[in-house]
Design a protein around this ligand. Structure first.
Ligand SMILES: Cc1ncc(COP(=O)(O)O)c(C=O)c1O
Length: 371
């Protein structure tokens, strides 16, 4: 439990976890959905097809249609055990054992990718996102195929969203060089402000150059372990050859599908409003307690704020001292693919109670001021 107040070894605030908040978990509505979905539905407790339960595939289609005007056929989508499984399957489809894999220079993906292959290359960022010329250079320098794993919307950990022009440039380069793209879109629904930017999948028109992954973890609850991937039908078919189960939990899928049929719009509106307030709260706390001692951009969506410090700062020492005082933050170095120890930390605001966020940022400010 998070208890506000000065530490005596106790946890004051955990700002490391990208978990959903307990207050927006729709437990009662899911219980109702289970009561509606299970009686008379033996399919929920039998094996299903590798691509997953048809009713949940239809929910993903309906969601993409409703929020993005994107029309996909059933065989362009498959249900997975969280988007983590989809990411793993796509990376394994394109990455031979120990084969090269390229990703954003700083990425949540650094964590799963390190388990997968000995070789993770990075695509450097500029202010607009991953640099297309770097993708082209990389493709020409390598004699083996690779996949580009990127997160253009509410990037984890930087919170950055790549604009239309850069998205098109990246697609053009990847198309010309024959580089498939894994678009990890875990936070797409959680936009708090600004204009919607079309996904790479949408901009590509579903040719099969892009596989996009998404998840129910952030809108419904991470414990339900349901995610999805979408691409061209042949590519989904190819990726599914590596899926070892007989379809992701038909039981959880039946309940989630029923819940989404009844509550999709209200639940997405609810989580958006809830996390927008939390995002605003952490931004205000940062303004109050860090002032001009660090830099950050307000993320338009997602769960994270990326704080960068002057290179003279010792970020590892800041992270250690915060922990001593009961505040857990993640060093940016954990997410760096390029081995650079760039001077940043990631703060997650989704799961932590408002009072703890405020106190945690206050203590972070004190630590930075004292250094
Ligand atoms: C960017 C990103 N992708 C994928 C995931 C995996 O989520 P899940 O497997 O719950 O869908 C996460 C989880 O935090 C994430 O932040």
């Amino acid at each position: 439990m998070v208890t506000p107040g000065r530490s005596d070894g106790a946890l004051v605030a955990d700002l490391t976890v990208g978990q959903p908040a307990v207050d927006v978990l729709p437990l009662e509505e899911l219980a109702e959905a289970a009561r509606a979905a299970l009686p008379g539905n033996p399919k929920a407790l039998l094996y299903t097809h590798t691509e997953g339960a048809a009713e949940l595939i239809d929910v993903v289609r309906a969601k993409l249609q409703h929020y993005e005007g994107l029309d996909l056929d059933r065989d362009q989508i498959a249900i997975t055990s969280g988007s983590s499984q989809a990411i793993d399957l796509v990376l394994r489809t394109f990455t031979e054992l120990d084969g090269p894999l390229a990703m954003d220079e700083v990425s949540y993906g650094a964590i799963p990718a390190r388990r997968l292959t000995g070789r993770v290359d990075h695509i450097p960022f500029d202010d607009d996102g991953p640099q297309p010329e770097a993708v082209a250079r990389h493709a020409r320098a390598l004699d083996r195929p690779f996949v580009f794993y990127t997160m253009p919307t509410f990037q984890n950990p930087t919170g950055m969203t790549v604009g239309m022009t850069r998205r098109r440039e990246l697609l053009d380069v990847c198309r010309a060089e024959g580089v498939p793209i894994l678009e990890d879109d875990a936070y797409y629904e959680l936009r708090y402000e600004g204009e919607r930017v079309p996904s790479l999948l949408e901009l590509d028109g579903g040719s099969g150059l892009v596989v996009r992954t998404g998840t129910f973890s952030k809108i419904l609850g991470a414990g339900i372990r349901l995610g999805w991937m979408a691409s061209s039908a042949p590519l989904i078919d190819r990726v599914l050859r590596l899926k070892p189960d007989s379809g992701t939990s038909p039981f959880a899928s039946a309940i989630a599908a029923r819940f989404m049929q009844d509550h999709m719009e209200s639940q997405i509106a609810r989580v958006r409003a809830f996390y927008r307030d939390k995002r605003d709260l952490i931004m205000e706390a940062l303004d109050r307690h860090l002032e001009d001692r660090a830099a950050w951009r307000t993320p338009e969506g997602g769960f994270f704020v990326w704080i960068t410090f002057d290179p003279s700062r010792d970020v590892a020492a800041i992270v250690r001292e915060c922990a001593e005082r009961g505040v857990r933050v993640r060093s940016g170095a954990e997410f760096r693919v390029d081995g650079d120890t760039r001077h940043a930390i990631r703060l997650a605001f989704s799961h932590t109670e408002p009072q703890a966020i405020e106190r945690g940022v206050e203590i972070l400010g004190e630590v930075v001021a004292e250094q």
